[in-house]
Design a protein around this ligand. Structure first.
Ligand code: GDP
Ligand code: MG
Length: 238
């Protein structure tokens, strides 16, 4: 089973090199990450971090969503960020997705991804009970880091639902999601099942802004807003 394969741990140097590939990313100095912990998110981009144990299919879900592709081979991720244009309050904005490493060799990186993240995708594999258990500490860390944002969007994802060797019944995933008060979805990056839906569901939870995956969607005006605009037009004529 792919999940059982363990990734060799990268050195800090390799890790930093990977991170610096993208100019938009910031340094991973632990002291800096510590001081950032209390800073509010300042970018207009919407940052999503994907967490989960190694080999649950985090990279595959991100690749399927961003590029529409899927690879059978396992390539352990260090950490990378991908971008996609979406619609936010009727404006085009950037969705930045950080595909994290599942092995968490650098706790400072995890902290930084949580501090910078506006929303979180927590992935396990339906073929591994352990991978669901592995999400508990990360969930706790997100909630405690974001305690001033109690409505922080989170989605629990049971990936590899195409597999026949299921170890986690859907009900178990649903139950955990209920206790976290967040949505739950089963996906297959392999068969492109529910991948777009997972990101749509995540964005729907955002209370501060209206977001859709199609960058060019125009939000429909509410009846109340239309009526107010009509009245304003009449007043101007009078
Ligand atoms: P990550 O470590 O969580 O990023 O996992 P990867 O995305 O690298 O995937 C690990 C392995 O699981 C790879 O061999 C993938 O081909 C496989 N995989 C990922 N998603 C699925 C899926 O939905 N179904 C199946 N059957 N295999 C998957
Ligand atoms: Mg990966």
């Amino acid at each position: 089973m792919a999940h059982a394969r363990s990734a060799s741990l990268p050195t800090l140097q390799t890790f930093q090199k990977q991170r610096l590939k993208r100019s938009s990313e910031i340094d991973i100095n632990p002291a800096l990450s510590h001081s950032l912990r209390s800073m509010p998110e300042q970018s207009n981009d919407y940052q999503v971090a994907v967490f989960g144990a190694a080999a649950v299919g985090k990279s595959s879900l991100v690749m399927r969503f961003i590029k529409g592709t899927f690879k059978e081979t396992y390539d352990p991720t260090i950490q990378d960020t991908y971008e996609k244009l979406i619609n936010c309050n009727n404006n085009v904005c950037k969705l930045q997705i950080t595909d994290t490493t599942g092995t968490h060799p650098f706790p400072a990186m995890v902290r930084l991804s949580i501090v910078q993240g506006s929303a979180f995708v927590l992935v396990y594999s339906i073929t591994s009970k352990q991978s669901l258990a592995d999400l508990m500490p990360i969930y706790e860390q997100i909630k405690s880091t974001k305690k001033s944002f109690p409505d922080v969007p989170i989605i629990l994802v049971g990936n590899k639902c195409d597999e026949t060797s299921r170890s986690v019944p859907s009900k178990e995933g649903e139950c955990v999601a209920r206790s976290w008060n967040c949505p739950f979805i089963e996906t297959s990056a392999k068969n492109n099942h529910n991948v777009r839906e997972l990101f749509q569901k995540l964005l729907e939870q955002e209370k501060g802004r209206i977001m859709t995956l199609d960058p060019n969607t125009k939000q429909k005006k509410s009846k109340g807003k239309k009526r107010r605009e009509k009245l304003q037009a009449c007043c101007t004529i009078l």
